[in-house]
Design a protein around this ligand. Structure first.
Ligand SMILES: Nc1ncnc2c1ncn2[C@@H]1O[C@H](COP(=O)(O)OP(=O)(O)OP(=O)(O)O)[C@@H](O)[C@H]1O
Length: 667
């Protein structure tokens, strides 16, 4: 019997939302728009800050920290040993526990053995801790969660520091095969079954007032002999079941990326497509793939010990790939085409059994995909489509090795014999060049609007706030927005927990999501609580920046700016989707964020947003004008093959890799 054949232990489903069940929130006053003047003249509030730079980072406080104690039961994945050899609780290299003061005195203690999805990171995390910065003692409180989970927060404070959680991404778990599944104890979590019944499967995202304005966006297709665009779904000559599912999904007419992308893919061409966030890229690749599979009458075989999917779709995070899977399942509903999803943090045994029930479209995060291919459960001889969603992310330093491993897997058809499709809202030039390695020479480049540009349906406001005032500013803002759904992006998982704790204490039901030390069921629960409005505020790290399509998100707050302008574009794209309008407010701390100023100005003006004078001064003042800009990023205006693209800021060679390295919690 294979290890995966073991029975799944009954997966518990611990509620892990931060919101206390009994909490009510202050829906507060009227719906105010954010005012960029709010902070003008505000004084420094060093007393109330997080101690990010110095401050309370040290040993003061005590008596708090983050302590969880889920019991995880057994371990049945049969994972390989991680070369790093670091398990969460071993403490051998100075982990949280050892240094952090055993949980109750601050720091982060986690007695949950089943969170191995993150263990590839943990080893690095701990060794970073092991540098003896005295963390773990800072602050006097924080978050404590015991199995039942409903109880939220205790304590008051205790945030560590900006630099303290740096995880070298290049060393992530790529070496061990991907998303950490090869490290640590086995995972037993089995996700809830996907929705059934028309209402749930075809739940619609209402298009907004600006949906028709998509038609005015300039579109550029470069490369030889592109097929003509379609203007309606009817022109795509889709088969009946697919057409029916499209209309049940509430799609009346295609968006530009669909008008151009669908015929390109149906003509058998490779494609690199760039279109703004929330403009329907997912359907642009799913519909033509599913149409071809349905037309050819493919049907999943339930009896084969090795499944041979016709399409593989890869995305960088578990939540995103699951969302893509649900979209694929929706469009394929009631047909013989069977999509399956595989990602880290859930039981491998369960995953394999799902795959072996039949698999035509395999959606996965890189680590799990490589794992399942490596186990021989998936063969590649019938593969016709390889899709990289968030392609620039999939090809940056963090994931590129996995992508090369994937295309080098035994049986993978060479690029000449498969169709490779790449989609994103951003494409730095060097990534475009790299992407060409995966594509046929005559691939088409589709640009809808400005490559790397922000969605113009998002009103962008930038507020100058020093780091010590951010928390109070955030509170003030959230109290005016009532229960409108808001995503707050922060830099580190520790800060995500801290801010969520703080907001809950202030009676704003808040949850948080990040990828480090978080069980998958907690991540899914957090998203569910946010989606349903149980917690209208979600504090997130970059793990939630890309692709997530959550209805009614009216606001994004960049509590911390990311270190890369593309990341900013993706983050603010969580609102203003599908023709709806949204608002994004960004705290700009001149001390930390000046290197991003020029790129920010460029993105704002590219999206016809007002650029504050002070930001322009910062951008083109002493700091911004001279050469090297490690945090700035490119946005290329065109297909790099044209050779004529311009750059807003010359990107330093290290920018992409540092972006990847800073990003602590991708799969
Ligand atoms: N033609 C259409 N008509 C109506 N709704 C659509 C249409 N195409 C897509 N949508 C909806 O618009 C929303 C955004 O689509 P999608 O998630 O594919 O955007 P995206 O371009 O991939 O965004 P991101 O860059 O953030 O990943 C989804 O809820 C999707 O169902």
């Amino acid at each position: 019997m294979d290890d995966w054949e073991e029975k799944d232990a009954g997966a518990t489903s611990t509620t892990s939302s931060f919101a206390s069940g009994g909490n009510s929130w202050n829906s507060g006053g009227q719906k105010n728009s954010f005012s960029k003047n709010d902070n003008e003249g505000s004084s420094w509030n060093s007393g109330g800050g997080f101690g990010e730079r110095g401050g309370s980072r040290g040993r003061g406080g005590g008596g708090g920290g983050f302590s969880r104690s889920f019991s995880s039961g057994g371990d049945e994945n049969g994972n390989k040993e991680d070369g790093d050899g670091s398990s969460w609780n071993g403490g051998g290299r100075g982990g949280f526990r050892g240094r952090g003061g055993g949980g109750s005195r601050g720091g982060f203690r986690d007695s949950n053995n089943s969170d191995n999805a993150e263990n590839g990171n943990d080893g690095e995390f701990r060794s970073d801790f092991g540098r003896g910065r005295g963390r773990g003692r800072g602050g006097g409180g924080g978050f404590r969660q015991e199995g039942g989970g409903e109880d939220g927060f205790q304590g008051s404070g205790g945030f560590m520091g900006r630099d303290e959680e740096f995880v070298p991404k290049g060393k992530r778990d790529n070496e061990s095969g991907g998303d950490g599944e090869n490290a640590g104890p086995k995972v037993i979590y089995v996700p809830p079954p996907p929705p059934e019944g028309d209402d749930a499967v075809f739940a619609k995202f209402q298009t907004g007032i600006n949906f028709d304005k998509y038609d005015d966006i300039l579109v550029d297709v470069s490369g030889s002999n592109p097929p003509p665009a379609i203007m309606t779904f009817v022109e795509a000559s889709l088969c009946e079941s697919l057409s029916k599912n499209i209309s049940k999904s509430g799609y009346v007419k295609p968006t530009p990326v669909q008008k151009y992308g669908i015929p390109i893919i149906m003509a058998g061409r490779d494609l690199m497509a760039c279109a703004q966030t929330g403009s329907g890229k997912t359907a642009a690749f799913l519909l033509p793939i599913l149409q071809t599979l349905m037309r050819d009458g493919v049907a999943a075989s339930q009896f084969s010990e090795q499944q041979e999917p016709e399409a593989i779709i890869v995305a960088p995070t578990r939540e995103l790939i699951n969302q893509i899977y649900l979209e694929a399942r929706k469009f394929a509903y009631g047909t013989c085409v069977r999509p399956v999803v595989v990602y880290g943090g859930i039981s491998t045994g369960y995953t394999i059994r799902e795959v072996l029930k039949g698999c035509n479209v395999l959606c996965g995060t890189p680590g799990r995909l490589l794992d399942i291919i490596g186990r021989g459960k998936v063969g590649l001889s019938k593969l016709r489509y390889l899709v990289l969603d968030e392609a620039d992310r999939m090809l940056d330093m963090g994931f590129e090795p996995d992508m090369r491993r994937l295309v080098g897997s035994p049986g993978m058809p060479p690029k000449e014999e498969r169709q490779t499709l790449m989609f994103s809202a951003t494409y730095p030039e060097e990534i475009q060049r790299l992407a060409a390695d995966f594509l046929k020479v005559d691939y088409l480049f589709l640009a809808v609007g400005v490559v790397g540009g922000a969605c113009s349906d998002v009103e962008q406001l930038i507020m100058e706030v020093n780091q010590f005032s951010k928390r109070d500013q955030l509170l003030e803002i959230l109290k005016t927005t009532g229960n409108e759904r808001t995503m707050v992006f922060v830099e580190t998982k520790r800060k995500a927990d801290f801010i969520a704790t703080f907001l809950c204490q202030e009676k704003l039901p808040t949850t948080s999501i990040h990828g480090v030390n978080r069980e998958q069921r907690e991540r899914e629960q957090a998203l569910c609580d946010f989606r349903t409005g149980k917690c209208p505020v979600l504090v997130a790290t970059s793990v939630a920046a890309r692709g997530l399509d959550i209805e009614h998100v009216q606001h994004v707050v960049n509590f911390d700016l990311p270190n890369n302008i593309d990341e900013y574009v993706h983050r603010i794209g969580r609102t203003g989707r599908c023709g709806n309008t949204g608002r994004a407010l960004t705290f700009f701390d001149p001390e930390a964020d000046t290197p991003l100023a020029r790129s920010l100005v460029k993105v704002l003006s590219g999206a016809q947003q007002e650029v504050p004078d002070w930001l322009e001064k910062v951008a083109f003042g002493a700091h911004g004008t001279t050469g090297f800009n490690p945090r700035g990023n490119v946005f290329a205006s065109t297909d790099t093959r044209k050779g004529g693209s311009f750059q807003t800021d010359k990107q330093a060679p290290s920018a992409v890799s540092s972006a990847a390295a800073d990003d602590e919690e991708w799969e």
